[in-house]
Every structure is written in C-alpha cells, then in structure tokens.
Design a protein around this ligand. Sequence first.
Ligand SMILES: [Zn+2]
Length: 142
Amino acid sequence: MHNKNLGSTWKNFAYELRSFFNEWVNGVKADSFEKLSDLIITDQIKRKVSQEIKDHFIDKWSKMNSPDDLVEKLDDYNTLRSTLRSKRPRKEWHYDKQDSLKDDSAFTTNGNKKLYGITHNERGQPKCFNCSKFGHISKDCL
Ligand SMILES: [Zn+2]
C-alpha cells in the first residue's frame, strides 16, 4: 500500500515534470537543441541573479533569452555598479590631484614673486631694462 502510493506519486511527479517541460518547450518555441540549451542555461543564470538586478532589467528580463546577451548585460551592470562603488577612492584621487595643482600654483606664485622682485621695486613700479631705473619700462624709456 505504502510502496504503491509512493510509486504512483513518483510516477505522477515524473509525468507532471514531462508535461510541464513539454509545455515549457512549446511555450518558449525551442525548436532546436541550441535554442533549448540557451533557454535552460539562461534560466539557470537568471535563478542566480539578485532581485536588485532583476528590477534593473525588469522591462527586458523576459526577452533576455540568450545566455551570451544576458551575461554581457549582467557584466555591464556589475561594471557600472563597481564604478559607482569606487566613487570614493576616485574622489580621494581627485583631491590628491587638486593638492598637486595647488603645489603647482604655489610654485608659480613663488616664481612670480621672484620675477616681481626683479622687474618691480617694493612700491610696485616697473623696472626699465634699458636704464635700470624704476617707474617706467624700456618701451617707454627716453
Ligand atoms: Zn629707462
């Protein structure tokens, strides 16, 4: 009695699986082995995908039936996400860049000061290269 019930249960289970599978194959129009394997592989990948990613691709999720196409989009999404995640280190790098720019401008300012000392006196009057007097430049030298 028990064995018979178990047997019929498994038989029923197998029968259900077979009819479900046949319905599924007809439903997805898998008319070749390649198509069928693509669909099964895609289905397996989709089972591993997190809800967050499913939500992201919600519009085209049911249309993504090629594993190559699917994994490409999933990898793209991961790349995008890791780019967003690495925003903070990139910002720090940006600050570093700003600091080095600051150093550059400090250097330039020092350079200007040096130049300022040579071409102007303490009152800011230009030095004439022609006669070495302050108050006019060589262009205006008489
Ligand atoms: Zn002069």
